[in-house]
Design a protein around this ligand. Structure first.
Ligand SMILES: O=C(O)C1=C[C@@H](OP(=O)(O)O)[C@@H](O)[C@H](O)C1
Ligand SMILES: C=C(OP(=O)(O)O)C(=O)O
Length: 449
């Protein structure tokens, strides 16, 4: 097999010549955009998504829904009042879902987990395939649950059962009802079943049985967004049974939704303020949000910064010092790589806990962070559910990224403080933030190279 040159290309991570002082407009949230697309596709009337994220994961979601018959028209409004926004809006026009169709999930957890229930509602066969890594990421929870709820799925044609590739033989409707799943390997199993639940004949009752459920922030996001389009949801946090979610069958409204900036993608820019003792403002930081990135206000404050939320957005200011942290990240696992990078530059040790499931993300993130930080001279050890990080003087070298966007941004944060760090395949940030290298250079005022 020939190597794809983009996968081995090296990007010299710019070092910061001084404290950063920048305003960074961060594009829309991946998690909100892909949920909004699914909910709009399942609605009873057309809807709008304003300032959607345009990245590999969201374009894969849009292409897949189009392949199932949904209309998605991309428009750019010239009279946009979006401060700093592109004025981009997508009109989503629901239609009868049908196969035959092929869905490329790439390496998008949201596409590979959220769309099989949608395909089960389609009339016809829908084949799912994706990047080699997508074959290894857990999907059994969605497959087993859909079968229990009445779907016909063939996951034995190629590869191993319980994983991609597979074909969902949609019957035009799904009975739904009660189902038990072990979602300890991905919260997206629960979100997937809830998002399509209003369209199942009996709705759905999902009971999680198993170890700790990760990424609760993302399940809250699912519940919030379902309610916003008129779905009735009972859930543990508003008085329901622990680990049980119920969605009543019913029609969904077409909404006009403006997508919040992706706070997890704001993270490397905030980390730059922390690492350089500078200041970064993220416009449009929501006053109230279910995004896990909102927790950065607490986490990065504890690590040495301070936050101010004003009408200009969130201004995060580094103090010049970086402190180690002992933190349970189970609710906000996707923040781990950049926190690990900052921790490697801190004045004391850190322990990151509650994130064993990161071993099955875009790559094995615990192994990858350990190996790459240690190869720059660091001292990181893996624990059963996280990382111990003891800061040491780091040196330059190649930071491998394993097709993981958050490995690339984590390496870039280290590169701000360490000369000679080269990021392999920085283009992998296109999964959720295609303009990352340009945004990074702009933040640094194009002074570095
Ligand atoms: O539902 C979502 O949008 C997400 C849920 C989380 O997945 P896991 O629960 O698999 O960690 C998170 O890590 C991922 O980036 C996005
Ligand atoms: C785990 C992540 O993505 P996915 O949606 O592919 O699970 C992530 O973005 O950190």
């Amino acid at each position: 097999m020939t190597e794809n040159p983009a996968h081995t290309a090296l990007w010299p991570a710019p070092t910061a010549s001084g404290a950063v002082d920048a305003t960074v407009h961060v594009p829309g949230s991946k998690s909100v955009t892909n949920r909004a697309l699914v909910l709009a596709a399942l609605a009873a009337e057309p809807g709008w998504l304003r300032r959607p994220l345009r990245s590999r994961d969201t374009l894969l979601m849009a292409s897949a829904l189009r392949a199932l018959g949904v209309g998605i028209e991309e428009t750019v409004s010239s009279s946009s009042s979006d401060a700093g926004g592109t004025g981009e809006a997508w009109r989503v026009i629901p239609a009868g879902l049908h196969g035959p169709a092929t869905v490329d999930v790439g390496n998008a957890g949201t596409v590979m987990r959220f769309l099989p229930p949608v395909a089960a509602l389609a009339d016809g066969s829908v084949r799912f395939d994706g990047d080699p890594r997508s074959y290894e990421r857990p999907l059994h929870g969605v497959i087993d649950a859909l079968r229990a709820l009445g779907a016909r799925i063939d996951d034995t044609v190629q590869g191993s059962p319980g994983a991609l590739p597979m074909t969902v033989h949609g019957g035009g409707a799904l009975e739904g009802g009660q189902v038990e799943i072990d979602a300890s390997s991905s919260s997206q199993f629960v979100s997937a079943l809830l998002l399509s639940g209003p369209r199942f004949n009996q709705g759905v009752e999902v009971r999680h049985v198993g170890g700790t459920l990760p990424s609760m922030a993302h399940i809250r996001m699912t519940v919030d967004m379902l309610r916003a389009v008129g779905a009735q949801v009972d859930e543990p946090e508003t008085g329901g049974e622990p680990d049980v979610w119920r969605v009543t069958p019913g029609a969904l409204l077409g909404r006009d939704l403006t997508v919040e900036p992706d706070l997890s993608n704001a993270q490397p820019f905030m980390a730059a303020a922390l690492v350089t003792g500078g200041r970064v403002t993220i416009p449009d930081w929501p006053a109230r949000t279910t995004q896990p990135g909102d927790k950065l206000r607490d986490i990065f404050t504890e690590m040495g910064g301070s936050c101010e939320l004003t009408e200009k957005g969130l201004t995060f200011t580094g103090s010049g010092g970086i402190h180690g942290i002992d933190v349970d990240l189970s609710e906000v696992g996707e923040l781990t790589p950049v926190i690990a990078a900052v921790a490697a530059l801190a004045d004391g040790p850190s322990t990151l806990r509650g994130v064993a499931h990161l071993r099955l993300h875009e790559t094995d993130r615990l192994a990858a962070l350990t190996k790459e930080i240690n190869e720059l001279g660091g001292d990181v050890t893996e624990t059963a559910d996280g990382l111990h990080i003891r800061p040491r003087r780091l040196h330059g070298g190649i930071f491998h990224t394993y097709d993981d966007h958050r490995m690339a941004t984590a390496g870039s944060v280290i590169g701000l403080a360490v000369e000679g760090v080269q990021i392999e395949n920085v283009a992998t940030t296109a999964k959720t933030l295609p303009d990352f290298p340009e945004m990074w250079a702009t933040m640094l005022g194009d002074r570095q190279g």
